[in-house]
Design a protein around this ligand. Structure first.
Ligand code: COA
Length: 384
């Protein structure tokens, strides 16, 4: 800004409502669309490779193109660099209780080091790097869980990513129905415009930094409970409430303490998250008549109270946590699964940002002390 321009005095806290750029990858107006395609048929198909191809290449794949991507992702998952695996193995021995999100963030950073990722390459090389990262991060997650459970790291299954990852995390091949709904969650988690972690990734590469640095920052950003970390908190919340009859006093207690209820509300969707509606229906159909039905009754009660008391509707994390629980997945892998899926969206945004870059550098309104004189060290007394 030139010195003669006025100092800014207004700002939007949390950048709420601020348009910070443009993207051809995803739109949220009306409904959620990936590159122009409505989310509903994509989610119902539940084919993660199809969606990852669409996000990274710009168009839906042919059958051969889709299978090619499946092979490339699986090959990357099957061949993690040994230097990274060895380092994680040592960390798993000394830090067995570290969060898998921290292991993923560290693992991606190490991948950047061994791959000597220091400059953005041509677009085709970036797309290849992105495809590799999807497989690698899925395999890193499964390897970390094996290592911290005292098991040898198992081989990567020759299957679509959804079925392969589910098998690696549960220890058994999934049924077709299980793989399908898990695939749907990956499709729904794949991309969401300028959310906090994607914006973090774009900010990193806007400085001319590399893909792995951007993704490392994105994983750290996703970890927070107001963003991706919410899906793990949702299951903790449901466990804490315990039964439908305790829902109302529990919710009232949260409001009285000015605590947010995890899995509800959204910065952009103020009239409900289309993803939550879609997955919520699928979740209820999946668990109907099973043991998990009790949790659905509790979830429905909380939803009704949140709507009645605050007009707040669930976001995607609300049903996703219940689906993952019903699939027998441990809570600690919920947010890491989000990482695997969102890797496709993050990397698509990184490539888009690099392709038409300008340094991301907003302004702030200064709210500190008025200008004052610098006192010499010897003349200062403690202000505390
Ligand atoms: N539980 C209780 N109250 C909530 C709430 C929730 N989950 N989400 C929003 N509110 C309240 C806010 O406290 C605010 O109340 P106030 O007007 O009395 O201050 C009001 O609803 C409006 O919220 P808003 O400012 O529009 O929210 P935001 O856009 O700043 O925040 C989230 C969006 C997602 C961070 C917020 O809804 C939240 O913390 N949700 C829980 C965490 C979560 O599920 N995250 C995953 C998001 S996909």
């Amino acid at each position: 800004m030139a010195a003669s321009e006025p100092t800014p005095t207004a700002f939007a806290k949390g950048l709420a409502g601020v348009v910070a750029g443009q993207t051809a990858i995803c739109s949220l107006s009306g409904t959620l669309r990936y590159r122009g395609y409505d989310i509903e048929p994509l989610a119902r198909a539940g084919d993660f490779e199809e969606v990852a191809f669409l996000l990274l290449h710009g168009e839906l794949p042919t059958a051969a193109e889709r299978d090619g991507l499946q092979r490339r992702i699986a090959a990357a998952a099957a061949h993690l660099p040994s230097a990274v695996l060895d380092a994680l193995e040592r960390l798993a021995v000394t830090e067995p209780h570290a969060a898998p999100m921290d292991a993923l963030r560290t693992g991606v950073s190490m991948l950047g080091l061994v791959e000597r990722d220091d400059t953005p390459g041509p677009a085709a090389a970036l797309v290849a790097q992105a495809e590799r990262l999807i497989g690698q991060v899925a395999a890193l997650l499964a390897a970390w869980i094996d290592m911290t459970s005292g098991r040898p790291v198992a081989a990567w299954p020759d299957a679509p990513l959804a079925a392969a990852l589910l098998e690696r995390l549960t220890g058994r091949p999934p049924t077709a129905a299980e793989a399908a709904i898990f695939g749907t969650t990956l499709v729904l988690y794949a991309e969401h415009e300028f959310n906090a972690s994607t914006f973090a990734a774009r900010t990193v590469v806007s400085t001319g930094s590399d893909m792995h640095s951007a993704i490392t920052a994105a994983i750290g950003t996703l970890k927070g409970p107001l963003h991706g970390g919410a899906n793990e908190k949702v299951l903790e919340v449901l466990g804490e409430i315990g039964s439908a009859d305790r829902a109302r006093p529990w919710v009232e207690e949260q409001f009285a303490a000015k605590r947010v209820v995890m899995g509800f509300g959204h910065r952009v969707y103020k009239d409900g998250d289309v993803r939550a509606k879609l997955l919520g229906e699928m979740c209820r159909a999946m668990v109907s008549g099973t043991q998990a039905d009790g949790l659905e009754a509790l979830a429905a009660e909380v939803e009704a109270i949140m709507l009645e008391r605050k007009a707040l509707k669930p976001n995607l994390d609300w049903p996703a946590a219940r689906v993952y629980h019903a699939l027998g997945l441990p809570v600690k892998v919920f947010t890491p699964i989000f990482v695997v899926a969102r890797m496709s969206g993050w990397t698509a945004h990184v490539i888009e940002q690099i392709g038409d870059n300008r340094l991301i550098r907003p302004l702030s309104v200064y709210s500190g002390p008025a200008p004052r004189d610098y006192p010499p060290l010897a003349s200062r007394s403690s202000g505390f």
